[in-house]
Design a protein around this ligand. Structure first.
Ligand code: GLN
Length: 275
């Protein structure tokens, strides 16, 4: 099958960004570089390997799950239907968190999923002494463990199975980071078929989407050292609701300051709060 035929087949089965997916498939399956693909457009690639992928894409299985891996912060992370696919906007959380890291710092990544946030922080910063990676899903935690090992940071990781709406992991941290589920339950049915194939546990944030965010904001001050930080990703339209919650927390003295940071698309996306 030629590159152009792969693009046409992907487009036929409803893939939005068919040319970029065709390129990723050729890179992953045949080790082709973008330059190889474009300079040898008539090259014939083994259809037996490509057709099953097109069939799975027709069934709306995300390409990342078919390939079993995706890239985040320039690193390759294994992914499976047990964990959310890492998103580029979540890299903003990592960049902001890395600016605040102190020597010997202890970090907790709550709702770690693939481990993409905590593991890439450990990989990028030698200053971080340890990261506790917590998830409610055994399957996700297994992925986080595999990614920590593959990226050589497993000796600085602690993996914890737990439910943060009940309690946060033991200990006092310099920083808590989280990309929790934050989609309002009602909005789930309107998501794309691909996103609906991601774990509901990783997406559904309850009635207004903020059940887990609120639990985190409530509990985090007891688990963060004085002067330490909480960073939480949230939905594009939740900035005002988060600001209201935080204004009340400031008057109660639970936090000393906070700011809201925008994503690449200019939407409110990230809470950065200081205890
Ligand atoms: N922390 C993981 C990520 O950012 C998983 C988040 C989640 O499961 N809600 O991709």
């Amino acid at each position: 099958m030629k590159y152009s035929e792969i693009i046409n087949e992907l487009a036929r089965v409803g893939v939005q960004d068919a040319s970029s997916e065709a390129g990723v498939i050729l890179e992953e399956l045949f080790g082709a570089t973008r330059a190889d693909i474009l300079l040898n457009r008539d090259k014939d690639y083994d259809s037996d390997k490509i057709v099953p992928i097109i069939e799975e894409r027709e069934r709306k299985i995300p390409l990342q799950y078919i390939l079993g891996a995706w890239y985040f912060m320039g690193e390759r992370f294994e992914v499976s239907p047990d964990c959310l696919i890492p998103r580029p906007d979540t890299e903003i959380l990592v960049y902001e968190a890395l600016k605040l890291v102190n020597d010997g710092g202890c970090v907790a990544d709550l709702c770690t999923g693939s481990g993409c946030i905590g593991v890439s922080m450990l990989k990028k910063s030698e200053k971080i002494a340890s990261a506790t990676l917590l998830d409610i899903s055994n399957g996700a935690l297994e992925m986080a463990k595999r990614n920590a090992s593959a990226l050589g940071v497993e000796n600085r990781c602690k993996l914890v199975l737990g439910d943060i709406t009940k309690s946060l992991p033991d200990g006092k941290y310099d920083m808590i980071v989280s990309n929790p589920p934050y989609i309002p339950s009602e909005d789930i049915k309107g998501l794309s078929d691909e996103v609906k194939n991601e774990p509901m546990l990783a997406l559904d944030g309850g009635r207004d989407g903020l059940d887990i965010v609120r639990a985190l904001i409530d509990k985090a001050p007891n688990s963060i050292k004085k002067g330490g930080h909480l960073l939480i990703e949230f939905g594009y339209d939740q900035g005002n609701a988060i600001a209201n919650i935080m204004e009340e927390k400031l008057t109660q003295g639970a936090y000393s300051s906070y700011k809201i940071i925008k994503d690449y698309g200019g939407n409110d996306r990230l809470l950065l709060a200081r205890v």
